[in-house]
Design a protein around this ligand. Structure first.
Ligand code: G16
Length: 581
């Protein structure tokens, strides 16, 4: 990119002072005008690469983020890292040049601009940085014709809360210029410390190994020797780890192959590709179908897949026994004493996003711990984690994490499962079945209708809003596939943060039935265009003859009722979902 009319090769303002190379840089203010729609969604700004490539589009958003730091910007230390997707390198370069021009004092950058999302969170916390940029559109596809994203995490290592993202969005509306050091040169593909003088003030870029700090953290949480005894080498439990060509690849190779001694065939798709090999880096039954297929052969006792930026996980047992993310959270919560980190720190409480089933609530009740029900979005766990109210939290969208960082963490979740299996000498399926026998089972499914036209989806949500506001809806009876459901309550979920009192309203339409079943409707906040409808369906059973059946069969009548009430098929024209979880 050429902001000043100069080619980078022409720039000769590098000054050698004793053994250090210090480049002198000049700040250039560049006039710009606003772009519509730079509003961060559930987790950062996600748009197509082509949108980010527009002249000044990325710069405008980066400036709006930096300006939102207010007086905390000058002299700050920030972290930069992304998931390896297309346009990450260009965006990293822009952020370095703009941070220098905006009086940031130091940047810590993953080599090549690469870091998984949980690794960024860890580095912010470990090095007491003031925040960090994460360059990812997470589970969305990558490549020149797919998606890119920019998200900002705060000094606690967690995603910016609503108040901060609202300020960023307001800044995008009033922006008239941005600051950049167009001549600054940084070889962020090589580990090292790069020093600059910007308008007479020092600016440093420290390029680090993306994996080292994260691996050290995992080793401080888990007993690697115990996991190694379970999975390390021939004749042991076979694991299959699928990184879907996303950010976990290098971390998975180092942890599962080098540290835990798993055979090389245990880790697949670990080479990070800018387009994720043309796949959809979302660890669910549809987009990680290759893992499911491989697990069906029965050779492996444990399987896991992770998303583009490494924060999501899917866990499978032998013969592709699927653990829903809701159950995964509950089983981990019930077994934390097997993990050294929690043995030491103790277990505080739990939290889940509202659409997640209440399986973890039952564990909290048994243990006499607090359990919170938050809106969708990891940012809503931040205050609870910071206040020491919860130890682990999770979401139905394949997110599980703990207070070791402030992001969900895919590899952490896989290691947590393996630690528990090793410590209890059991299997994934046995552990689940024991759990259901003790607590009863929260059956759960999610239907996604991706890439719909926005207008009919908005109409559907409006209709549902009217439905829940109408007192006559309560008591209505619906019958589908031979089963009847009576509406017992309905609302649009609101949340008051118990730590700072901030509120989040209209977080999802809930329709509850007298038998304890529930429907939830939301529009996704992570798509880059159009609309994605999510319908979440759950019910609870504790009679022994119903515990081990198929969730899809068990929930089919309630799913049909959801489709009838929402008129989803009629309004969107979609007869089938794109993804069923
Ligand atoms: C993000 C958020 C999650 C959220 C998920 C789905 O995940 O961090 O908290 O559950 O989006 O959100 P939505 O239903 O609005 O699409 P990720 O992995 O995409 O960063």
């Amino acid at each position: 990119m050429n902001y000043s009319g100069k080619q980078l090769s022409e720039i000769a303002c590098v000054q050698r002072t004793s053994d250090r190379m210090v480049q002198e840089c000049v700040v250039v203010p560049v006039p710009t005008s606003r772009f519509e729609g730079q509003k961060p969604g559930t987790s950062g700004l996600r748009k197509t690469v082509k949108v980010f490539q527009q002249k000044n589009y990325t710069e405008n958003f980066v400036q709006s983020i930096l300006s939102a730091m207010g007086s905390g910007l000058e002299g700050s230390t920030l972290v930069v890292g992304g998931d390896g997707r297309f346009f990450m390198t260009e965006a990293t370069d822009i952020i370095i040049k703009m941070s220098a021009a905006n009086k940031v004092s130091k940047l810590i950058v993953g080599k090549g601009g690469f870091l998984s999302t949980p690794a960024v969170s860890n580095i912010i916390r470990k090095y007491k940085a003031d925040g960090g940029f994460i360059l990812t559109a997470s589970h969305n596809p990558g490549g020149p014709d797919a998606d890119f994203g920019i998200k900002f995490n705060m000094s606690n290592g967690g995603p910016a809360p609503d108040a901060a993202t609202n300020t960023m969005f307001e800044n995008t509306k009033s922006i008239q210029s941005y600051n950049i050091c167009p001549d600054l040169q940084c070889d962020f593909h090589s580990i090292g410390v790069y020093e600059y003088m910007v308008d007479g003030k020092p600016f440093t870029v420290q390029v680090i190994d993306p994996c080292a700090d994260y691996i050290e953290l995992m080793k401080s949480i888990f007993d690697f020797d115990q996991i190694k005894a379970l999975v390390g080498g021939e004749g042991k439990l076979k694991v299959l780890i699928n990184s879907l060509h996303g950010a976990t690849g290098p971390y998975a190779e180092k942890i599962f192959l080098q540290e835990l001694g798993c055979p090389p065939s245990s880790c697949i798709k670990t080479n990070v590709l800018p387009d994720f090999g043309g796949g959809h880096p979302d660890p669910n039954l549809t987009y990680a179908a290759d893992l499911v297929e491989a697990m069906r052969s029965g050779v492996h006792g444990f399987g896991a897949a992770f998303d583009g930026d490494g924060d999501r996980n899917m866990i499978l047992g032998q013969n592709a026994f699927f653990v829903t993310p809701c159950d995964s959270l509950a089983v981990l919560a019930n077994n934390l004493e097997h993990i050294p980190y929690f043995k030491k720190s103790g277990v505080k409480g739990f939290a889940r996003s509202m659409p997640t089933s209440a399986a973890v609530d039952r564990v909290a009740k048994k243990k006499g711990l607090e359990c919170f029900d938050t809106p969708t979005g990891w940012k809503y766990f931040g205050n609870l984690l910071d206040a020491g109210r919860i130890s682990i939290c999770g979401e139905e969208s394949f997110g599980t994490g703990s207070d070791h960082v402030r992001e969900k963490d895919g590899i952490w979740a896989a290691l947590a499962w393996l630690q528990i299996l090793a410590s209890k000498n059991t299997t994934v399926e046995e552990l689940l079945k024991e759990h259901w026998t003790e607590f009863g089972r929260n059956f759960f499914t999610r239907y996604d209708y991706e890439g719909c036209e926005s207008k009919p989806c908005e109409q559907m949500m409006k209709n549902l809003e009217a439905y829940i506001s109408d007192p006559a809806s309560i008591g209505k009876v619906y019958t589908a596939l031979g089963k009847s459901y009576t509406v017992s309550a309905a609302d649009n979920f609101s949340y008051i943060d118990p730590v700072d009192g901030s509120t989040a309203s209209k977080q999802g339409i809930r329709i509850m039935f007298s038998d304890g079943s529930r429907l939830v409707f939301r529009l996704s906040g992570t798509g880059s265009s159009g609309a994605t409808v999510r319908m979440y369906v759950d019910s609870y059973e504790n009679s022994p003859d119903k515990l081990f059946g198929s969730a899809q069969e068990m929930l089919a009548p309630c799913v049909e009722v959801g489709l009838i009430i929402s008129q989803l098929r009629e309004l969107t024209g979609r007869q089938e979902p794109t993804v069923i979880t």
